[in-house]
Design a binder for this molecule. Structure first.
Ligand SMILES: *Cc1c(COP(=O)(O)O)cnc(C)c1O
Length: 363
């Protein structure tokens, strides 16, 4: 057996702890709040749930292989052609397909350090060379990306909002960057948290796609739409590239239930709005209250807040866990003094702040 040498060192993605794991490991009996994986605390849209129930009796059938209706609905929503839409088993699969289509072993990809861990993992799987560009003041350092792009650079990843800081780029910054970029590079604008952006200056990836720049915009039903467990996301990209991705993907890569639920969720504007309002209020609350505790939260346009605790964050994480509050420690991202906290329901956000206040007063 000859396993590819560059795959031998890989280890599985480090997920946040699940409710069951925490309950079992700590023997907790009270309520547990999971503020670690940026899920929608309201749950899925009731319309998606109804559509799922109706579709359950049809799971003996394969889904319709082109997912035409959902792709048309997404195309209409974003003002692009249905031929520019690629669905995936989570937006992570679309990322994977981009690697398959664009990156050969030895090619280079650029990403911020830190950023979403899947970029690195998929790049390693592809045998790509990874160039990591340190963040500049918690934001993507676009000038450094330009300097680093060379003839073997195939893709640049911009998580936007950025994970884990929640920062965004201004439309003017992104435009200047794309104007300067050498040809042959695809910029992947990962807008997994795009629905939570409220800053009117922030770039919207799809506008750059419409304007003909070489970008792929990734979006997902995992976050604002509350369907993380079903696994469905999508990419919007130039038609020529989408055609290839749709040709190389597995024929039924999105399962029937996911496709049905996504279509219903997309049509439920009211649930999306409720989610956005809950997130914005909770985010403002967390930013305000964490600052009041003397901690340093990063300004965020996403549904989570990265907070610099000014001391090793692991003990705080462990102590929160004992109180049934699951947040995300950030060592893996290179922030040993920070926690990433997902915006939850008001009572969850309040419980988190109260627990931190008590712990900090004791310390
Ligand atoms: C959560 C997240 C995703 C979502 O991935 P799915 O496969 O669609 O669930 C994508 N990108 C970033 C940066 C994320 O944080």
């Amino acid at each position: 057996m000859e396993i590819k040498p560059w795959l031998r060192e890989l280890s599985p993605y480090p997920p946040g702890k699940s409710l069951e794991e925490v309950r079992r490991e700590l023997g907790l009996t009270g309520p547990i709040y999971k503020l670690a994986s940026n899920e929608n605390p309201l749950g899925p849209s009731p319309r998606a749930l109804a559509a799922l129930k109706e579709a359950l009796s049809r799971v003996h059938q394969y889904p319709e292989a082109s997912y035409r209706r959902l792709r048309e609905a997404l195309a209409a929503r974003f003002g692009v052609l249905p031929e520019m839409v690629v669905l995936g088993n989570g937006s992570n699969e679309v990322l994977d397909l981009l690697f398959k289509a664009l990156v050969s072993p030895g090619d280079e990809v650029l990403m911020s350090e830190p950023s979403f861990l899947m970029y690195e993992k998929l790049a390693q799987t592809a045998g790509a060379r990874i160039t990591r560009i340190p963040l500049h003041k918690g934001r993507h350092h676009l000038a450094a990306f330009l300097k680093a792009s060379g003839p073997r650079t195939r893709m640049i990843f911009l998580d936007h909002p950025h994970n884990p800081t929640g920062s965004v780029l201004a439309a003017s910054e992104l435009k200047a960057f794309l104007e300067e970029l050498p040809s042959g590079v695809l910029v992947v604008i990962d807008e997994a948290y795009g629905e939570f952006v409220r800053d009117p200056e922030a770039a919207r990836g799809v506008e750059f796609l419409q304007a003909g720049y070489p970008v792929a915009v990734l979006r997902t039903f995992s976050k604002a739409y509350g369907l993380a467990g079903l696994r469905i996301g999508y990419g919007l990209m130039p038609e020529e590239l989408a055609r290839v991705l749709n040709a190389i993907r597995q024929p039924f890569n999105v399962n029937l239930l996911a496709a049905v639920a996504a279509e219903a969720a997309l049509a439920d504007e009211e649930h999306l709005q409720r989610t956005q309002e809950l997130t914005w209020e909770g985010r403002d609350f967390l930013l305000r209250e964490l600052s009041a505790l003397g901690l340093k939260p990063y300004p965020s346009q996403a549904n989570f807040v990265l907070v610099d605790c000014g001391r090793p964050a692991r003990p705080l994480y462990e102590a929160l866990l004992k109180r049934g509050l699951i947040v995300r420690p950030m060592e893996a991202y290179g922030f040993p003094e920070a926690l990433r906290i997902s915006v939850g329901l008001p009572e969850e956000n309040q419980a988190l702040v109260a627990a931190l206040r008590e712990m900090l007063e004791k310390a």
